[in-house]
Design a binder for this molecule. Structure first.
Ligand code: ZN
Length: 502
């Protein structure tokens, strides 16, 4: 079929604001206009292309992307804002696994109750001997249920449970309803003596076990190993014949876990740049914009390019940074632009930053997180289809931690015209936004919704809605300018999550 050249020439290719939007504030216009699809598209295509093979932190491809990005930031006129006058904020990822041949469960007087192997295995990041929380033995005859005072005895404990799957499910429900959280509930893992057990790898940050993930040790028992532990603890009912009533037997015996870790350290960096504020007093305060740069890398089934997750957020972040530099009028407060490592391994980079920040946390007035800002939502849970989501974005979480900040986002959007959609689930802890909200900093997680290519090798640049991504960058650029001006700091005012707050 032939093309109609006249149509091509006449079609307006305007990737500006959406219909109904007002003109951007004159003082911020130059920066606003500098954010274009023409520049953003090749930038994203490089980040999510074959050069960086999916930006995996443990295999080195992430480091190449970080170096490339730092050079681009320097070229764009950003100041370094990390360690020793560089763009690199260093930390070490600790990848560890338990050497099962040198680890075991210990009873009183440190005698070995069960060695690690097919009968009992663990995953932990604690090297050496640790005292375990108390063990409670629970046996539920078919159809039985625990009384409220029996349930209470399980809070904070390791529960070794013999019950049918149905009764196990009922017990979990009863615990949730009573807001009681055991340390762990273990049912027999079904392993046979010929099982080969391999230790799972855990990742954390060297020197900083993460307190947001309280259960750092998980345990797995075979039925036979449970019997060995019950014998040492003297839990008679757990081991006796038939029962007519549920039995709950707390143990007075202290059990310990002795684990030998095999540890590998991987040096990594977050990339952090800034534009210094112009006001002698306000410049010590900062707005922080962040996006994770890492993704899942090259694996046996192909390369996970992560165009949406999260080359989109990093591209938007870079062009917001460049726009602030290019705008003639500079902000009063400082603005930091951070590109996080190892989000996919458990928010490690942003967590390392809030542990050892290069700007006082108490001076951060707001944090904007972008994670997946390049697609049209196509979430099978919702009736809405992709075509209707062409200009939709979630300003996630902020309604429940800082209504002041939400208002700034709404006001800035009048000049862009995106559809700001309220979340149906609490998503703020599911990205680096979690590290900042945890530190009680007003935080928004900007996100364009789930889609069929999430964490697949098919998350590629050709599927990105560049017009929308660029308009999100323009919207957040205006938000940054407003926050970094002389306005009052948004307040931290947390409230419980509820769906559809506006
Ligand atoms: Zn992501």
């Amino acid at each position: 079929m032939r093309l109609w050249p006249i149509f091509l020439a006449a079609a307006p290719i305007a990737f500006g604001q959406y219909p109904g939007a007002t003109k951007p504030t004159a003082a911020w216009q130059t920066g606003f206009d500098s954010i274009t699809v023409k520049d953003a598209k090749p930038f994203l295509e490089t980040l999510a292309g074959p050069m960086f093979r999916g930006r995996e932190p443990l295999r080195g491809d992430y480091g190449l992307a970080a170096g490339w990005l730092a050079a681009r930031l320097q070229q764009a006129g950003l100041e370094p804002a990390a360690d020793d006058g560089t763009f690199f904020h260093r930390f070490a990822i600790q990848s560890s696994s338990v050497d099962l041949s040198k680890s075991s469960l210990l009873g009183p007087d440190s005698q070995v109750v069960v060695p690690c192997g097919w009968r009992f295995s663990v995953s932990t990041v604690v090297d050496g001997t640790q005292e375990l929380p108390g063990i409670v033995f629970v046996r539920i005859p078919s159809g039985g249920s625990l009384k409220p005072d029996q349930l209470k005895r399980l809070a904070g404990k390791i529960v070794l449970l013999r019950a049918s799957p149905q009764d196990t499910g009922n017990l979990s429900q009863a615990l949730r309803a009573a807001s009681l959280v055991p340390y762990a509930v273990c049912t027999p893992n079904g392993r046979n003596p010929d099982s080969v057990v391999q230790s799972r790898k855990s990742t954390s940050i060297q020197g900083h076990p993460d307190p947001r993930r309280p259960v750092m040790t998980s345990l797995s028992f075979s039925d036979d190993a449970m019997s060995s532990v019950a014998k040492v603890a003297g839990a008679g009912l757990f081991e006796s014949g038939s029962l007519s009533e549920p039995a709950v037997e707390p143990s007075n015996v202290t059990f310990k876990l002795s684990a030998k870790l095999d540890v590998t350290l991987y040096p990594s960096v977050n990339v952090v740049a800034k534009v210094s504020g112009t006001d002698p007093i306000l410049s010590k305060e900062a707005v922080v914009v962040g996006s994770h740069l890492d993704h899942l890398g090259a694996q046996s089934n192909g390369t996970y390019f992560g165009a949406d997750d999260n080359a989109s957020g990093c591209t938007a972040n870079f062009f917001i940074a460049r726009a602030v530099v290019l705008n003639k009028i500079r902000p009063k407060r400082s603005v930091y632009f951070a590109f996080w490592s190892s989000e996919e391994l458990g928010l490690l980079g942003s967590y390392a930053f809030v542990q050892r920040p290069t700007v006082n946390l108490s001076d951060i007035i707001a944090y904007i997180n972008m994670d997946m800002v390049g697609r049209d939502e196509n979430d099978p849970r919702f009736k809405s289809v992709a075509a209707e989501n062409g200009k939709m974005v979630y300003p996630s979480g902020v309604a429940f931690n800082s209504p002041d900040f939400l208002k700034v986002l709404f006001d800035a959007n009048k000049q862009v015209g995106l559809t700001l959609k309220a979340d149906v689930e609490d998503r703020i802890m599911r990205s680096d936004s979690g590290s900042f909200a945890w530190k009680q900093i007003p935080t928004v997680k900007v996100f364009t919704g789930d889609h069929e290519d999430y964490h697949k090798t098919t998350d590629t640049p050709d599927k990105v809605n560049f017009e929308k991504m660029v308009n999100i960058a323009k919207w957040l650029y205006l938000t940054v300018q407003d926050l970094a001006s002389g306005r009052a700091r948004p307040r931290w005012q947390p409230s419980p999550f509820k769906p559809n707050p506006w």
